[in-house]
Design a protein around this ligand. Structure first.
Ligand code: MN
Length: 493
């Protein structure tokens, strides 16, 4: 093969958010050559040299904003599993950190999604890896992204296409979402959607085309007027763009709204990116002075960020001529983070990233804990899906701490999430200052205080309305230890 057939490593450098140093370049180039040689002679399904895949994965990681160590592991991610390369070689050539990452990805490699049967062991591995080092998962996501892009090439294996597509929607997309990598999440979903649900895909695609075209036209008018007004006030706009909702996320929303596309307002959103937080509020003020906002749809995630760090202001306005559309306002930094999530912190500010990991991934230790305590794999996966893959609500303690709960959680779930002792001795709740029963379902944004009494104990009735695994387990433990039968039996011990 002629050398020029191979991709240029400069493409990777160009995508890196922080330009690589001379020594980074040397290591990256070494990884490039190492992977190229290791995969020599191997081919992908479409006939391309296998190395192209390793290269594309490295490119994805650069694009996510990952550091050079992670990109190097991306180049090497299939070498230990699929070539004669040994762990020692990787260790000697690239060091233990790279070896750790490559091994992490290799161990995840056997994941096979089996629909209803669900491959529990592999999924478990995923989460163990995630708890250990989220870079492993991010490499896996970069790998999956390229595999999805080339999924069309295995036409002769429709069963395999469908399995990979479903697995991506059910496992990889939620993982990306969990890491705050929304752009990647919707990319994965939209690439997998046509293979997972071909008929529904066609239907939604055609709805989206018609509707997004008219909405975007409204928004272009809106932006023209807005820009004029902002210029008068000397507010500088860094960038404005139209974000078209992902096909798959539109499909999910349509299912909730009786497939009525006119009930969905954020098919196209205008994104306005400005230099400072103050500018964000000035833009919001200007928008509302020009167009009437829809009540109840102004969301200030700058003042109150989502627990995973998402910051932005969203508002929905009547654009005139019958249109309704969403406007999102944020700073450049917030935008970077919204697109790339956790990954955006790898390249820039290591410190901030570490802090972020602690606050935005509090559920990870909870997950390992969950895993240890549940011996039955079927339960494990059920719990995982119920707790971690469903829609979440964010509820506040009186001090403003955020508690992340599954939808329809009750005040008692909240109590157990704050502290076991609070759950065990809860008597009543105060929700947004109003006295409420413990079974009250919580809503996004509620501020909850729990009243406790030392002598109070959990009741079996609580099991009827708690939603979190944590609360269920604690209540059951308590009831188990204290059931009448047990007390009776204990007398004879
Ligand atoms: Mn791979």
């Amino acid at each position: 093969m002629i050398k020029s057939d191979y991709p240029n490593i400069q493409d990777v450098y160009d995508l890196m958010k922080k330009p690589p140093s001379a020594s980074d370049k040397k290591r990256l180039e070494k990884a490039y050559n190492f992977a190229k040689q290791a995969h020599e002679g191997q081919k992908r399904a479409n006939g391309d040299p296998y190395f192209y895949h390793a290269f594309e994965v490295a490119k994805n990681l650069a694009d996510f904003g990952m550091d050079s160590t992670t990109i190097i592991a991306g180049f090497l991610h299939d070498t230990i599993e699929d070539t004669s390369v040994t762990e020692d070689e990787v260790d000697n050539q690239f060091g233990s950190e790279v070896l750790f990452l490559v091994n992490g990805v290799t161990k995840l490699g056997t994941l096979k999604y089996k629909g209803a049967e669900r491959h529990v062991e592999s999924l478990r591995k995923f989460f163990v890896a995630m708890a250990a080092d989220s870079r492993v998962i991010i490499i896996k996501l970069g790998d999956r992204l390229h595999n999805l892009k080339t999924l069309g090439f295995i036409k002769d294996r429709p069963d395999k296409q469908k399995r990979i597509a479903l697995e991506s929607i059910e496992i990889h997309a939620p993982l990306a979402n969990r890491l705050g990598m929304w752009k990647l999440k919707s990319e994965i979903e939209d690439l997998a959607f046509p293979f997972a649900y071909p008929d529904e895909y066609k239907q939604v695609q055609s709805l989206l085309k018609q509707k997004s075209h008219t909405t975007q036209k409204y928004l272009e008018q809106v932006y023209k007027s807005l820009r004029k007004d902002l210029a008068k006030q000397n507010i500088e706009v860094d960038k404005a763009s139209y974000r078209i909702k992902g096909v798959y996320s539109l499909y999910k929303k349509l299912k909730k709204k009786d497939m009525d596309i006119d009930k969905i307002y954020d098919i196209v959103a205008l994104r306005v990116i400005v230099p400072t937080v103050e500018d964000c509020y000035r833009v919001l003020g200007t928008v509302h002075s020009l167009w009437r906002p829809l009540p109840g749809r102004i969301k200030d995630f700058i003042a109150v960020p989502k627990p995973n760090g998402y910051q932005s202001i969203h508002t929905t306005i009547f654009t005139g001529n019958g249109g309704i559309a969403e406007i999102q306002i944020r700073t450049r930094e917030m935008h970077q983070e919204a697109e790339y999530g956790i990954a955006s912190h790898f390249a820039y500010k290591k410190k901030k990233y570490e802090k972020k990991i602690n606050s935005s991934t509090q559920w990870i230790p909870e997950l390992s804990d969950l895993q240890d305590s549940i011996s039955n794999p079927d339960h494990f996966i059920e719990n995982l899906r119920l707790d971690f893959f469903n829609k979440r609500i964010f509820v506040f303690t009186p001090n403003g701490d955020v508690i992340d709960l599954p939808e329809d959680s009750s005040a008692i779930d909240f109590a157990f999430s704050v502290h076991t002792d609070i759950g065990m001795h809860a008597t009543a709740a105060s929700i947004n200052g109003k006295n409420s029963k413990l079974e009250t379902k919580l809503k996004n944004g509620d501020i909850v205080r729990i009243e406790t009494k030392k002598s109070a104990v959990p009741s079996a009735k609580w099991l009827e309305f708690v939603k979190t695994t944590l609360a269920k387990r604690q209540i059951k433990n308590y009831l188990g230890d204290n059931s009448l039968m047990n007390k009776f039996m204990n007398r004879f011990k």
